[in-house]
Design a protein around this ligand. Structure first.
Ligand code: DOR
Length: 423
């Protein structure tokens, strides 16, 4: 039983105790304690907020193929510590999730994870952008999101066909918007900083050209499309107009694109190399405004672990990616109020991922107990050595953040208690 907190969910904020039994929320309300089983464990959570567990639309768990960087188990532990009850594992593994056998393997690994692991499938075989993956076979296993993330589908005709199939199957495509020709092998945002540093840049047009193309394809096909990790002011504007038109699009932004700019690359530290790249001040301002006004639906981590020996290379040779699962909530709270942050981290992404039946729903009697308990006032300093992830590539080392996950409950089991993993 959780006693003494405020409950915050899509219905708003209220003071309530929450009784959990047999995997579900048994009772919620100011006097719900009376309904607790006699020997129920009581967690005093006064001063905290009980919310639906967070849902990450975008986590690279690296298994199979790069277990030195992360596994489904360690990624799941990082997620639980971050307040997540469910994550969507990205398919750019080795081999990629482009067939039923690999999807089944990741789903089986996920069943031993402390959080629910949903799997995204690839749009094309080998993520090579040439032939469609067997999306029907994957959808039959419960796959609801398809993406070649790490790369965008470059061929517009193929993307059109994928959207047609997705529509028929009732699934969503998720695009990593980057035109590779325009990106030209760039290592950071193309702007004043890339000129000063002498690093090849990725122009904002590399992203915006694909966002615009895909909006046209959604209009043409009636398919449903989710835009991954948008990074530019122009992309936000394109999505705003597509939504005003009533098109079936949704969008996410990462925590790092909300608080870091291309200036962070000034020391050539490869920790700050990410795809899409950290952008300029005004892009960051427009991304934040897009979250405030609902143009951007969700905050997704793009948790991208890389082993130290792989990441610690000259900036232009290092792989892109940053850790995110254990810091996303606190980083989000540095730019959004709690209610809005939770909408972007829990119930909106749950709906996009097709997980709303179990995650992100109102904290109400009968609901599966997927919850996180947050101490919004607690401050903590990010110490890479203490992260559960197998990798260390956090851009927030030494940052003091406000807002800490106290407990995470998944399907009624407390998997994190007082900030420590218990399974
Ligand atoms: O920075 C990134 N890293 N962006 C991506 O799209 C892929 C990811 C990875 O897999 O490392």
């Amino acid at each position: 039983m959780l006693r003494g907190a405020d409950v915050v969910d899509a219905g708003g904020r209220r003071r309530a105790d929450v009784v959990v039994a047999d995997g579900v929320v048994r009772a919620v309300g100011p006097d719900a304690a009376a309904d607790a089983p006699v020997r129920a464990r009581v967690l005093d959570v006064s001063g905290c907020v009980v919310a639906p567990g967070l849902v990450d639309l975008h986590a690279h768990l690296r298994q199979p193929g790069a277990e030195e960087a992360e596994t489904v188990e360690t990624g799941g532990q990082a997620a639980a510590l971050g307040g997540y009850s469910a994550v969507v594992a990205m398919p750019n593994t080795d081999p990629p999730v482009d067939c039923a056998a690999v999807a089944k393997e990741v789903l089986a690994l996920g069943r031993r994870s402390p959080v629910e692991v949903a799997v995204a499938g690839a749009i094309t075989v080998g993520r090579a952008g040439k032939r469609l993956a067997p999306m029907g076979e994957l959808a039959a296993l419960g796959v609801r999101l398809f993406t070649d993330d790490g790369a965008g589908v470059q061929d517009g005709a193929l993307m059109r066909r994928a959207l047609d199939y997705a529509r028929g199957l009732g699934v969503t495509l998720a695009q990593h918007c980057e035109d590779v020709q325009l990106a030209g092998g760039g290592a950071m945002h193309e702007g004043a900083w890339s000129s000063r540093l002498g690093l090849p840049g990725v122009p904002v047009a590399a992203e915006e050209a694909m966002v615009a193309r895909d909006i046209a394809l959604v209009r043409l096909t009636g398919g449903r499309l989710h835009f991954l990790h948008l990074s530019t002011a122009g992309s936000v504007e394109l999505v705003r107009r597509a939504k005003a038109e009533g098109l079936s699009v949704s969008a996410e932004v990462t925590p790092h694109h909300l608080v870091l700019t291309d200036a962070a690359c000034a020391g050539y530290d490869p920790i700050f190399k990410v795809s899409p790249p950290l952008r300029a001040d005004h892009d960051v301002a427009r991304l934040r405004a897009g979250l405030e006004d609902g143009t951007i639906d969700a905050i997704a981590t793009d948790h991208a672990p890389h082993a130290p020996e792989a990441k610690d290379l000259p900036f232009d040779e290092a792989p892109p990616g940053m850790l995110g699962l254990e810091t996303a909530l606190a980083v989000s709270l540095s730019v959004l109020d709690l209610e809005r942050a939770l909408a972007c981290l829990s119930w909106r992404p749950a709906a996009i991922a097709g997980l709303a039946a179990r995650h992100g729903g109102p904290v109400a009697e009968g609901a599966q107990a997927n919850l996180c308990v947050i101490d919004p006032a607690a401050t903590w300093t990010v110490d890479p050595a203490r992260l559960a992830s197998r990798s260390r590539n956090t851009p927030y080392a030494g940052w003091t953040l406000t807002g800490r996950v106290r407990h995470t409950i998944v399907a009624g089991d407390a998997v994190v208690v007082d900030g420590e993993l218990v399974r």
